[in-house]
Write a protein that binds this ligand. Structure first.
Ligand code: NAD
Ligand code: ZN
Length: 360
């Protein structure tokens, strides 16, 4: 048996107000006055000077505001990379992603594609990246996806929704400043927070589980219970704990895998554009057969926070659309193998998946 040897984020700062250290962290990484830092920032911060005024732009440094209405696409990554190449005299000194999973994934993908030939769709898969990415920094502003620690960047391409999973994907530096999450709207807080909770449940109940994943998963699960089911945390404590839950949940799946909810949610997202957090919730709500305890707690959390999930997403789909969704979901073999074991194909048939999707 050969064990995976995977990379971790080599540098991280944690603390309220630590965003102020960004300029000092970047200064020694500048390669030349013609090699700018490019900031990819969620456009929700466009007129939020409490955040943007703290970024010191020098020489040709540039902020690009990006909408996170839709999840990252391979074509979007390719267009960004082309623009950056056309507009900079030298290869940038670094890419800094500021936002949720959408912006973090875009930053990782752009950093990779600035040093690798071809189109980003060619790298969707496992270990296809040839060259080291340029220096990239991740600064989450909403907690839950674990993208800040993960070895993947999830992209929707022309044929599939699949990550660029590689040793070059993880950030070189992460800044965890929970103050940046203070204005996240409640529903979105819940959906992205539940992404973390579902990472824990899928990792802890998977066949790939090992002690490394289990310890991180248990820690994150415990934090999620405190945050989403109890009332004893202050706002600040809850923000800090969710930020760490996201980190640990992400660490847990690095060395295991996600499962049924993620596979099915990818199908929804590919066909209908349903975003990751809410899509996971919509699916997970119907998975009591696979994760009985996890789903029961999830329902308690929804109730406590007055969350109403959209219904009837799949009500008017035709057979061809169902097939597309089912094919995308079933193509994610490691997720099914983790969830249901090596004989997963005997357990999860296209018919069963269709029946599940019909409920959503
Ligand atoms: P997101 O980045 O799509 O953002 C969700 C919403 O929250 C957006 O409207 C955004 O503008 C808003 N928002 C973010 N920060 C805010 C703040 N501080 N104040 C107010 N509004 C704020 O959401 P997400 O759930 O973090 O990310 C989802 C994406 O992450 C998906 O594309 C998914 O595929 C990806 N993902 C990646 C990994 C990975 O390991 N790479 C893991 C899980 C999910
Ligand atoms: Zn997820």
């Amino acid at each position: 048996m050969s064990y995976k040897n995977f990379p971790m984020v080599p540098r991280v700062i944690f603390g309220r107000g630590s965003f102020n250290q960004l300029n000092d962290i970047l200064a020694p990484k500048r390669l030349s006055i013609h090699a700018p830092f490019i900031y990819l920032i969620d456009d929700v911060f466009k007129n939020k000077s409490w955040l943007t005024s703290r970024i010191k732009l020098s020489y040709d440094d540039k902020i690009i505001y990006i909408s996170s209405k839709e999840e990252p696409k391979t074509s979007q990554v390719d267009a960004l990379v082309e623009d950056i190449i056309l507009e900079t005299k030298e290869r940038p000194s670094g890419i800094i992603g500021i936002g949720g999973g959408t912006l973090l994934d875009l930053a990782k993908a752009v950093a990779i594609m600035l040093t690798n030939k071809g189109e980003s769709k060619d790298y969707q898969g496992w270990d296809l990246v040839k060259n080291k990415a340029i220096y990239h920094v991740g600064i989450p502003t909403i907690s839950g996806t674990g993208s800040e620690v993960s070895r993947t960047t999830v992209l929707t391409g022309p044929e599939k929704k699949l990550g660029i999973n590689s040793d070059f994907t993880p950030f070189d530096q992460v800044i965890l400043d929970s103050e940046l999450t203070k204005d996240v709207p409640k529903q979105q807080w819940f959906y992205t927070g539940m992404d973390c909770y579902i990472h824990c449940i899928e990792s802890l109940n998977g066949t790939y589980l090992n002690t490394f994943s289990e310890t991180y998963g248990n820690m994150a699960l415990q934090l999620c219970k405190e945050i989403f089911l109890e009332d004893k945390l202050s706002k600040t404590e809850a923000q800090e704990k969710l930020m760490m839950a996201s980190w640990h949940g992400g660490m847990s799946i690095v060395y295991s895998q996600v499962g049924v909810a993620h596979a099915m949610s990818y199908g929804l997202s590919y066909l209908l554009g349903t975003k990751h957090g809410i899509g996971n919730c919509i699916v997970f709500n119907h998975l009591e057969a696979y994760y009985p305890e996890g789903v029961s707690l999830f329902k308690k959390m929804m109730h406590k926070h007055d969350i109403e999930l959209p219904k009837g997403l799949c009500a008017n789909l035709n057979d061809e659309q169902f097939d597309t969704m089912i094919n995308i979901a079933l193509s994610l073999e490691p997720l099914w193998e983790n969830a249901l074991g090596t004989h997963w194909q005997d357990i999860m048939t296209p018919e069963k998946l269709k029946a599940l999707y019909r409920k959503m």
